[in-house]
Ligand binder design. Structure first.
Ligand code: ATP
Ligand code: MG
Length: 396
């Protein structure tokens, strides 16, 4: 694996000062799978105070110094350097109540969650693999390090991390890890909904989300109890839709919740502490799930009502109905790009109607009617024509 210069020079500096330092976790996992590397995390035998001393001429940030993490800014890349550590006892099924720093790489690897996340490599590219991570990468397996029951007991978030990595990487969960994860699923109630939602977002963008959701629906039902209402057949259908969707996670979420009523959808999104914008996006797609998409008039009405990017909505519709002719719908959408689809595109204003004697609500209603008539080509978007149309409708 090629380690970039701005990372290598930090590793060299620590080594020269007599400390060990390895690239660990996601970067190595992604590198070995030839996937894009998001960021480089380093693990070191140096204590946080020693890390700060070694990089006294760098900008450093005490990100999580009590857990051993110092961020060093290298050529404007923030690099997290974490001291080898072992975790103390876990009181709340989520975080260790204490951590102890260590000088042993193997001990540091042992506290990590999965074998594929505990691979390390030094600056020469030599890989250290204490738990068979490379073999599991080859076999495409998510396997807990150590006793899986104990590891999920310590930190229940690992249950969802396992499902997320399985979905994103398209890996299976090793048998004993899978059995433990199911046994421990109720511990998810100790995890904050914000963390659950963050994992769900990643999960829903994963390529194998449909398979994993179907296989582990009892686990998801711990925080999405609405899933329990679906029969096996219904669940299969939902997963078939998800299988067809590779858009933004909001589209996948809309597919998952499409058969619930609006209040339930709001309830799920709020329970997951999703933002109002995310909630509105999901609700908007579901509200428009049956919108016809056959001609320009339909597409104008869609433009009028749509609150999410068109490609996200189209992916949602195509996943709901694989017969959707996405090319045709896309070109119809393009054709309507200059059309009148909102009140601000309309050639008359409220003040024009006020001048003709309309008041209050009646103004808004008349404008809406005029807009609909323009979109449906019952009048052209010119003041005389629009006003004549409204007069024909006995609006004034
Ligand atoms: P990504 O950043 O793509 O989610 P990552 O593997 O880098 O993947 P991070 O959450 O950034 O994941 O964590 C970095 C490393 O820290 C992991 O690879 C793993 O070794 C360890 N780790 C993270 N969270 C946990 C946890 N809850 N329990 C045990 N080890 C963990
Ligand atoms: Mg990471």
């Amino acid at each position: 694996m090629m380690i970039p210069g701005y990372v290598l020079k930090l590793m060299e500096r620590l080594n020269e000062a007599g400390y060990e330092c390895y690239v660990v976790g996601g970067a190595l996992r992604s590198g070995l799978l030839s996937l894009e590397i998001k960021d480089y995390d380093l693990t070191t035998s140096a204590l946080p105070s020693e890390v700060k001393q070694v990089f006294s001429d760098y900008r450093t940030i005490d990100t999580g110094i009590q857990h051993g993490t110092v961020t060093v800014l290298s050529e404007s890349h923030p690099i997290e350097i974490t001291t080898y550590r072992t975790d103390g006892s876990y009181a709340d099924h989520r975080r260790p109540s204490s951590v102890a720093f260590s000088r042993s790489l193997q001990e540091d690897c042992a506290r990590r969650d999965f074998t594929i996340n505990a691979l390390c490599c030094d600056r020469d590219g030599t890989i250290r693999d204490f738990f068979g991570g490379r073999e599991d990468l080859k076999q495409k397996l998510i396997r807990a390090i150590g006793d899986p029951d104990a590891r999920f007991d310590e930190d229940a978030l690992r249950i969802l991390r396992a499902l997320r990595f399985a979905a994103v990487l398209g890996f299976a969960i090793e048998e004993k890890t899978a059995a433990a994860l199911r046994r421990k699923k109720d511990l998810l109630s100790y995890v904050s909904m914000e963390r659950i939602a963050a994992e769900c977002r990643g999960f829903l963008e994963g390529r194998a989300k449909a398979e994993i959701l179907y296989e582990y629906r009892d686990v998801f039902a711990v925080f999405l109890p609405q899933l329990k209402r679906f029969s096996d057949e219904e669940m299969k259908m939902i997963c078939a839709r998800l299988e067809r969707c590779d858009a933004d996670w909001t589209a996948a979420m809309a597919l998952l919740l499409s058969d619930l009523d609006e209040d339930e959808v709001t309830g799920v999104m709020h329970s997951l502490k999703c933002s109002n914008a995310e909630t509105d996006a999901v609700k908007n797609m579901i509200l428009l799930k049956d919108m016809p998409l056959a001609d320009r008039i339909d597409l104008r009405k869609l433009r009028h009502a749509l609150k999410v990017p068109f490609p996200v909505y189209l992916a949602y519709r195509a996943a709901l109905d694989p017969e959707t002719d996405t090319e045709k719908v896309s070109s119809l959408y393009e054709e309507t790009s200059d059309d009148c689809v909102s009140l601000k595109d309309l050639c008359i204003r409220g003040s024009d109607l006020q001048a003709l004697g309309l008041q209050g609500h009646a103004i808004r209603e008349a404008l809406d009617q005029a807009l609909l008539a323009v979109m449906e080509e019952r009048t052209v978007n010119q003041p005389d024509a629009v006003l004549a149309y409204l007069r024909d409708q006995s609006i004034f």
